[in-house]
Design a protein around this ligand. Structure first.
Ligand SMILES: NC(=O)c1ccc[n+]([C@@H]2O[C@H](COP(=O)([O-])OP(=O)(O)OC[C@H]3O[C@@H](n4cnc5c(N)ncnc54)[C@H](OP(=O)(O)O)[C@@H]3O)[C@@H](O)[C@H]2O)c1
Length: 270
């Protein structure tokens, strides 16, 4: 993990789940962390905790709703004004929506597209040139195994994550000669607030359908560690659970008409 020693990392979605865990695991290594999310109180609480154990770590908080362009531009301007050069960007903020597309709330679908796709792409665009001039930097995009297959009842979410994985892979090839590594972290189910947020109001009885084979579940600590190791090894993509990685490999190897039947049957039980 030498790459992270003394780095300046920006973590989006740091107020809970994987984002907070990225901050915790980077705290003993980084020299500066920039924590971004909407819930400022959560970010402050996390910063307070981290400062207690890492008094030399410079922690900055930027509360912002990343679904809109203006806060993203304000974040980039603030970094410039504060002379903060990010050399590790973790595009982690994301949200899901569980349920059929025809009954979805458009505002929620729009927020998913804006956060999972546009914010991730825009922040990468805003920061990439500043990273290139530093000669060595990394981008870690939190995708999902949901991006490998179309998922009925998570159709928009899985499509956004297909975008994240594809975008990350292209960028990894494009930026390697410039000294920038790009990694797509593709977890399966992780116990965070994600499922609570993805469950539609009044649909709580369907939340159980998220439950999956326990062997496919990974803890935030494991997912983040696998993500950081993948960045350190310059891997373009990582699935942080060997059994899940094998399941995905099998799914991608079998004819798609069979995959389609399996996924459709699974969705009809949800
Ligand atoms: N948990 C899983 O099973 C799982 C599996 C695969 C991939 N992932 C991906 O992992 C990433 C992290 O999710 P998680 O599991 O840690 O879920 P989480 O606990 O719900 O965390 C989501 C984070 O995103 C932030 N966020 C949401 N809307 C935002 C907005 N409009 N502007 C700025 N920040 C916003 C939230 O902070 P605020 O609410 O304070 O803004 C929170 O910090 C996501 O990209 C998710 O798609 C999760």
């Amino acid at each position: 993990m030498r790459f992270f020693q003394g780095c300046t990392a920006l973590v989006t979605g740091a107020s809970s789940g994987l984002g907070a865990e990225f901050a915790r695991q980077l705290a003993p290594l980084a020299s500066r962390l920039v924590l971004v999310a909407r819930r400022k109180d959560r970010l402050e609480e996390l910063a307070k905790d981290l400062r207690r154990f890492h008094p030399n770590l410079d922690i900055r908080i930027f509360a912002a709703d990343l679904t809109s362009a203006d806060p993203r531009l304000a974040l980039a301007d603030w970094l410039t004004a504060e002379k903060i050069d990010i050399n590790f960007l973790i595009n982690n903020a994301g949200l899901g929506d569980h349920g059929e597309f025809h009954s979805s709330d458009w505002a929620r679908v729009q927020a998913m597209l804006d956060l999972n796709i546009t914010a991730l792409t825009h922040l990468s665009h805003l920061l990439v040139n500043r990273m290139i001039v530093q000669g060595r930097a990394a981008i870690l995009n939190v995708s999902s195994v949901a991006g490998f297959f179309p998922l009925p009842t998570m159709s928009v979410y899985s499509a956004t994550k297909a975008y994240v994985t594809s975008f990350s892979e292209s960028l990894a090839m494009e930026l390697r000669p410039q000294g920038i590594t790009v990694t797509a972290l593709c977890p399966g189910p992780v116990p965070t607030e994600f499922f609570e947020v993805a469950t539609r109001p009044g649909d709580e009885d369907r939340a159980d359908s998220f439950k999956t084979c326990p062997a496919l579940v990974a803890l935030p600590f494991e997912v983040v560690r696998a993500g950081l190791e993948a960045v350190a090894r310059d891997r373009a993509r990582v699935i942080p659970n060997p059994l899940l990685a094998a399941t995905v490999a099998i799914g991608l190897a079998i004819p798609f008409f069979i995959v389609r039947r399996i996924l459709a049957a699974r969705a009809s039980n949800h």
